[in-house]
Ligand binder design. Structure first.
Ligand code: FES
Length: 346
């Protein structure tokens, strides 16, 4: 049975949530400002609600060609390890659980709830509130999508920060802004420049090299240092899942934690396809949700790879005209065929 706090959270649409997130953004330390927006892009409330109320969820999942771990209930403690605020997860989760027990307000609003949770946790932890706002917002949305019982029952396990994430928030921000040196006389180099793409700030090995002006997915495919397929069945070519390499399937979407301004502008095809996929890209020329097979880098960037992909824009957001998808199959070739035919015709 829902409690009053859940009822309150459930009253809000995805638009309300994104508005609340926008309201609290200035209060979030820069280290987590993109990360919080990326997280909300990775776990859209509208998609969750659609699947929950679908007559046949399995059919809907197949129709949306969904692959990977798209449900928060399977990753309550782990979906947000790329946030600096993840280290405060246990305390924030406890504050949210307490709030759910005692909530009794007629005039509550989402923005204030996020801020209150963040403040209570920050006071306990004796850290700046600017470091707990992002994880408080993420925690409240997680509760909304998993329900109070699963939320409370999760262990609250924190993955200890490692590598770049062990540094201070300001150091992380400045590290993300840095480009690779190009060696002695590097300033004379016009060709053969190389850039580092970090895909896991918690791992010293979580990076690969990219040639100047190369698509992110191409650099990822050259890195065969690990058995990517064993880690994620979507990863046939590298750490970033890819299928079509032509903005036709939506498999390769990524969030950009740092360096979005060093990526190529979104071209009309990527723009249109992101709408078809249902990924909330934002209208800027250099947004923080990109297709790795389209975004070319002219500097070092830090990205995060979502654990799932799908094609649901038309049904969920109704902002695309006439895209019909056939049921997905497990065959990559068939998947590619299905999606490209569904999108090419429109
Ligand atoms: S690999 Fe298909 S959209 Fe990038």
């Amino acid at each position: 049975m829902n409690n009053r706090f859940e009822d309150f959270l459930n009253k809000h649409s995805e638009t309300n949530w994104l508005k609340a997130l926008t309201d609290v953004l200035p209060a979030i330390h820069e280290v987590d400002r993109n990360a919080a927006q990326i997280w909300f892009g990775f776990y859209p409330l509208s998609l969750y609600r659609y699947l929950q109320t679908a007559e046949d969820k399995a059919v809907a999942v197949q129709k949306f060609v969904m692959q990977g771990k798209y449900e928060l209930k399977d990753q309550i403690d782990s979906s947000h390890t790329f946030l600096y605020g993840h280290r405060f997860w246990k305390e924030v989760k406890d504050e949210i659980s307490n709030r759910a027990e005692t909530f009794n307000s007629e005039n509550a609003n989402l923005t204030d709830e996020i801020k209150q949770i963040a403040k209570a946790a920050a006071d306990k932890l004796k850290v700046s509130e600017s470091l707990t706002v992002s994880i408080a917002a993420v925690g409240l949305m997680t509760l909304t999508q998993v329900g109070i019982d699963a939320f409370k029952n999760a262990a609250g396990r924190v993955t200890p920060p490692n590598d770049l994430m062990k540094k201070s928030p300001d150091q992380i921000v400045s590290q993300r802004a840095k480009d690779d040196g190009q060696g002695l006389l590097g300033f004379l180099k016009t060709i053969n420049k190389q850039w580092t793409v970090r895909y896991d700030e918690n791992s010293a090995n979580g990076k690969f090299k990219l040639m100047d002006d190369e698509e992110i997915a191409s650099g990822a495919a050259r890195d065969q240092s690990q058995n990517w397929l064993a880690k994620d069945p979507r990863c046939g070519e590298g750490v970033i899942p890819v299928e079509c390499r032509s903005a036709a399937c939506g498999t390769c979407w990524v969030g950009v934690l740092g360096g979005a301004e060093k990526l190529s502008d979104v071209a009309p095809r990527e723009r249109k396809q992101m709408k078809i996929f249902g990924y909330q890209q934002g209208d800027e020329a250099k947004p923080i949700l990109r297709l790795a097979c389209q975004a070319k880098a002219n500097g070092a960037v830090s990205i995060v790879i979502p654990p799932w992909n799908g094609v649901f824009g038309k049904k969920i957001y109704a902002n695309v005209e006439d895209v019909e998808l056939e049921p997905a199959t497990t065959s990559a070739a068939k998947l590619r065929e299905t999606i490209s035919s569904a999108t090419e015709n429109n």
